[in-house]
Design a protein around this ligand. Structure first.
Ligand code: FAD
Ligand code: NAI
Length: 464
């Protein structure tokens, strides 16, 4: 390897970076991964997917006991109380276990962890903690951070980003969430279930932009029923910490009279932006696009030979599983194999209760492309959901009117995140709605609703 230290040097150990590093090492390449955090795993394992799901799970259990669901099933709990310290302990434990697991996998696969912030000094060289490393291939997997909102300064005391909102030591009286997207709805749900009043302020006229129109409306209806309050078509112009709380000034998005809202804490969740600051991209001959992302081609190669990029730092949905798949593909491309990610079939899940999941085109997007057929099946008519009293939601299958090929599947259901996998696999295999309709599904399962929605595309569901 002459004067190269590594075949592959990955910058960032999130789901994109750690997976790329492990796959590269598995393929026999000498690999290192630079990470500036104390622990491996990136946003997802440390302050994202995993801790948020720990709190979503725990708060769901509390809500079931406190809201009377368990009692309805004959499980009576007396002297119920919330031990937030214990709940937060479980969150930390989940993070510790999984981030430690990545450290173990690095050792097992002989990936060197270079501890510290990496910055380019040349196209094939980076500096980490004062030491210079030359690599044949460098993969940028530096992820993303919260997008700041002018006039609203995050102090992680009263005005929080998602990390601050995961770590609250007490349940706030009134939490105002700025942004009715994925983070706002998931973390808003956590604190609502634990007893906070939650108001979501959303700039657009509906929550969850990018999702299917009908799903957005239904999700809004269900979450309102759960007690979340929504101020749609509203913009926040300022938020000032008062010492005892926060005073927000809001006005209609289209302009109009301003008013104030008092909150105990505010969560800013208006999107995330790529992390490229401090990388000294210019020294490598790279630049970012207008959105701050690093542009890549189909193989994840940047404009500079030997430099690749994946995950949240490149265009596309900011999702952990997308980053992971790109991590595998980029390592395979570097090793001379053919690594491909089908970006048309990336599922997405919002882990509220019920969950909201989607893959492929929305009805609006599919209509723009041509003639379609749509089949819908309500969870109310699914025997398992009805038995479990989880009747909110539906499954919608969108198929091409001529070929019957499935173009998109949208699900609101308690276990939508699990149900969407079969839809993604069907689409990956080029399935028609008839293929799904004639696939035997176990009874009684929520997944039978996917089969019935596919049958509805052909106009022949059994149970409605
Ligand atoms: P990241 O995970 O952001 O990792 C990048 C790493 O690079 C970081 O650890 C950072 O410290 C390090 N780094 C950056 N610059 C440097 C440098 N110069 N030198 C060294 N290290 C550097 N996605 C899902 O699919 N499902 C979910 O349920 C989900 N929940 C989420 C909940 C929250 C609250 C948040 C904030 C995000 C969530 N996401 C979820 C999104 C998911 O976390 C990201 O899409 C994913 O982590 C992106 O992976 P990545 O590898 O591109 O980057
Ligand atoms: P988001 O893009 O999902 O939602 C941001 C919301 O804020 C949008 O509805 C937008 O219209 C609104 N908004 C923007 N500016 C505003 C303003 N000034 N005032 C009021 N509303 C405003 O971003 P979010 O929730 O911050 O999440 C960031 C990323 O993290 C997402 O892209 C998502 O992919 C990822 N993520 C994924 C999760 C999952 O897969 N379950 C969970 C959490 C995050």
């Amino acid at each position: 390897m002459a004067d190269f230290d590594y075949d592959v040097l990955v910058i960032g150990s999130g789901p994109g970076g750690y997976v790329a590093a492990i796959r590269a090492a598995q393929l026999g390449l000498k690999t290192a991964c630079a990470e500036s955090r104390e622990t491996l795993g990136g946003t997802c394992l440390n302050v994202g997917c995993i801790p948020s799901k720990a709190l979503l799970h725990a708060s769901e259990l509390f809500e079931e006991a406190h809201g009377g669901t368990l009692a309805k099933w004959g499980v009576k709990v007396e002297g119920l109380s919330l031990d937030l310290d214990a709940m937060q302990g479980q969150r930390k434990d989940a993070v510790k276990g999984l981030t430690g697991g990545i450290e173990f996998l690095f050792k097992k696969n002989k990936v060197d962890w270079l501890k510290g912030r990496a910055s380019f000094t040349a196209a094939d060289t980076v500096e980490v903690a004062g030491k210079s490393y030359r690599a044949k291939n460098i993969v940028i997997a530096t992820g993303s951070s919260v997008t700041p909102l002018p006039g609203v300064e995050i102090d992680n005391k009263a005005i929080l980003d998602s990390t601050g909102a995961l770590e609250l030591a007490k349940v706030p009286g009134h939490l105002v969430v700025i942004g009715g997207g994925v983070i706002g709805l998931e973390l808003g749900s956590v604190w609502k279930r634990l007893g906070a009043k939650v108001t979501v302020v959303e700039y657009l006229d509906q929550i969850l932009p990018g999702m299917d129109g009908e799903v957005r409306k239904e999700a809004n209806k269900i979450l309102k029923k759960q007690g979340l309050e929504f101020r749609l078509s509203t913009k926040v112009t300022s938020a000032k910490a008062t010492g005892t709380g926060v005073t927000l000034t809001v006005e209609p998005a289209a302009g109009g009279a301003a008013e104030t809202i008092d909150a105990d804490v505010v969560l800013v969740a208006i999107g995330r932006r790529p992390n490229t600051e401090g990388l000294a991209l210019d020294k490598a001959g790279l630049a970012t696009n207008k959105r701050g992302q690093i542009e890549i081609d189909h193989d994840f190669a940047t404009s500079v030979p030997g430099i690749w990029a994946i995950g949240d730092v490149v265009p596309g949905p900011m999702l952990a599983h997308k980053a992971e798949d790109e991590g595998i593909a980029v390592a395979e491309n570097i090793a001379g194999l053919t690594g491909i990610v089908n970006h048309d079939v990336i599922p997405s899940v919002v882990y509220t209760m019920p969950e909201i999941a989607a893959v492929g085109l929305t009805e609006e997007q599919a209509k723009e492309k041509g003639e379609i057929k749509v089949g819908k099946f309500p969870m109310l008519a699914n025997s398992r959901a009805k038995t479990n009293k989880e009747t909110d939601g539906f499954v919608k299958v969108i198929a091409d009117a001529k070929t019957d090929r499935v173009l998109g599947v949208h699900i609101i259901a308690s276990v939508a995140g699990t149900m969407i996998a079969q839809a993604a696999q069907a689409m990956e295999f080029g399935a028609t709605s008839e293929d799904i309709a004639y696939t035997c599904h176990a009874h009684p399962t929520h997944s039978e609703a996917v089969k019935e929605a596919a049958m509805a595309v052909l106009g022949k569901p059994i149970h409605i």
